[in-house]
Ligand binder design. Structure first.
Ligand code: ADP
Ligand code: MG
Ligand code: ZN
Length: 502
């Protein structure tokens, strides 16, 4: 019997809600945070007869922007089509989408080739339950109930999301593993945030995945199943892995994989069949009669290209090159744009040093800054839940703190205390240093006595150092520091020990 010698292939369809002021075809507010049901609605998005849609130009621009960011072709002529189907969250009875002339063709992201990106409108939300909610504020936005009516005694529908601009990206079938699918999805989320196209918040349903999975033992693609509506990275990864295993078992037992749509059950951690190819919808696509096709050159594509900010991949490479960071360090900064921005402003505030003085420093200031920002300051922010927009420390003050450490004026133990104070009070590090009497003793005359005492009390370490054991010097400096209650300047202490012991 054949055993598991299959190559998996995955193609993703990713939906993202666009960050526009208004909906796709009417003037209703596009407000994902609106809790009160059915507030942002009008006759157009409710699909009343006799109403006419108008195209939201901002939404078209955002999709073009996404296309430019992945190096795609912007289709010169594009149009909208009707996709007809019935569902209670779709009051018009059809969705305006794009079928054969999408806005964006081709492109590439994170090594994955893109087929297309098209623009459409979102549907509403259904809420299935067995106990009526007490009041509207308790309205449940649980996405897991989206289009999965389990047995329930009633269903509510909220049309606030109906007609919100939705962008669908489709990849080529070129992804080889669940991990690669997740890596791609994360990079796409980051890209959309960088270019301001979508907040792509998975918990709020602003980004959702369909994963197409097939296995093959030859160089021809196998029959795929499509897992619909995955709403977290964890679900995407688990569902693809489950499907790879399930299909391998089907093939190993000599049976065939059927083309079908499956759903992901986040409780049972399994995919289950929803409908087969034979039962597939016939959407009867036809060109939207109320909206003429249009030329994308109306949207000043060159200007949109010129306005493109630095993209995550370019920023990673630049951070590694300019600041001497490892690729993992650059990646962890770039993964959060406000963190990357804070780091970059702080770097520019570090004191300029000549090569000679830099060579005396144990850790480069830029690396110290990286450490203090991503572990100490981030730790305080985590602890208190205060985001970058609201912290009392500015990049310049953090750079000053790092300069004090780099110049040996304070030690890391003190630096951590000062940082906490800075975080709490917003004072600059020098002020705190003075007020707390934390200033260091740098005067050689004051330090020499301590250095001689330490040498006299630690003959073994002195002997080791003279035999060439560099770590013993650190030990001696540490001893001196504890005699000075942490207030000695470690740089000066080091020089004095070296002088005495040479
Ligand atoms: P549909 O509209 O029916 O979902 P598409 O041809 O548009 O069909 O394909 C949708 C997605 O399925 C794309 O991401 C594509 O890469 C992927 N796909 C197509 N064939 C396969 C296959 N054999 N294995 C895995 N993914 C596939
Ligand atoms: Mg599909
Ligand atoms: Zn409306």
């Amino acid at each position: 019997m054949e055993m598991n010698n299959y190559t998996p292939t995955i193609g993703l369809e990713v939906h993202a809600e666009l960050k526009t002021q208004t909906k796709m075809f009417c003037g209703c507010k596009n407000d994902p945070s609106e809790q009160h049901p059915n507030l942002n609605v009008c006759p157009v998005c409710l699909g009343h007869p006799g109403t006419l849609p108008t195209i939201n130009k901002e939404a078209v621009k955002l999709v073009i922007r996404a296309g430019l960011a992945i190096g795609a072709k912007i289709n010169p002529v594009t149009k909208f089509d009707r996709k007809n189907y019935f569902y209670p969250d779709l009051p018009k009875g059809y969705q305006i989408s794009q079928y054969d002339q999408p806005l964006v063709l081709g492109g590439e992201l994170a090594g994955v080739e893109i087929t297309r990106i098209h623009l459409e409108e979102d549907a509403g939300k259904l809420l299935h339950g067995s106990n009526l909610p007490h009041n509207d504020n308790n309205h449940n936005n649980d996405e897991s109930s989206y289009r999965h009516g389990q047995s329930s005694s009633y269903s509510l529908v909220d049309y606030n999301r109906t007609g919100v601009p939705l962008m669908e990206l489709v990849t080529e079938p070129v992804i080889k593993s669940a991990a690669q699918a997740v890596a791609f999805a994360k990079e796409y989320q980051l890209l959309l945030r960088y270019i301001g196209v979508s907040d792509a918040d998975l918990e709020r349903g602003q980004m959702r995945f369909d994963a197409n999975v097939s296995l093959s033992a030859t160089d021809k693609l196998g029959t795929r199943s499509e897992i619909k509506n995955l709403n977290s990275f964890a679900a995407l990864e688990a569902a693809v892995n489950y499907e790879i295993k399930r299909q391998a078992e089907v093939l190993d037992s000599g049976k065939e994989v059927h083309q079908e749509t499956r759903g992901w059950d986040p409780v049972k951690l399994a995919t289950k069949s929803q409908r087969s190819k034979e039962e597939a919808h016939d959407y009867r696509y036809f060109p939207e009669p109320d909206l003429p096709s249009f030329e994308t050159k109306e949207f000043d594509i060159e200007r949109l290209r010129a306005e493109m900010p630095e993209l995550p991949e370019a920023k990673r490479r630049r951070f590694a090159r300019e600041f001497g960071l490892s690729s993992a360090q650059a990646d962890s900064l770039v993964a959060d744009k406000s963190l990357a921005d804070f780091f970059e402003s702080a770097v520019s505030e570090l004191a300029t040093r000549d090569e000679l003085s830099t060579s005396k420093i144990e850790k480069r200031p830029q690396e110290l800054l990286y450490n203090y920002l991503t572990s100490d300051l981030a730790g305080l922010m985590n602890e208190t839940g205060v985001p970058f927009g609201e912290i009392k420390i500015n990049p310049e003050e953090l750079a000053h703190l790092v300069d004090l450490i780099a110049d040996g004026k304070i030690m890391s133990r003190q630096a951590k205390d000062i940082l906490r104070k800075m975080f709490e009070t917003g004072e600059d590090p020098e002020t705190i240093l003075e007020a707390e009497g934390l200033h260091t003793v740098s005067d050689e005359g004051e330090l020499e006595g301590t250095v001689r005492e330490v040498i006299a009390e630690n003959p073994a370490a002195v002997a080791d150092y003279k035999k060439g054991k560099a770590a013993s010097l650190q030990f001696l400096i540490g001893k001196g520091m504890s005699k000075l209650k942490g207030k000695g300047n470690p740089g000066v202490l080091k020089q004095l020990f070296e002088k005495e012991l040479s």
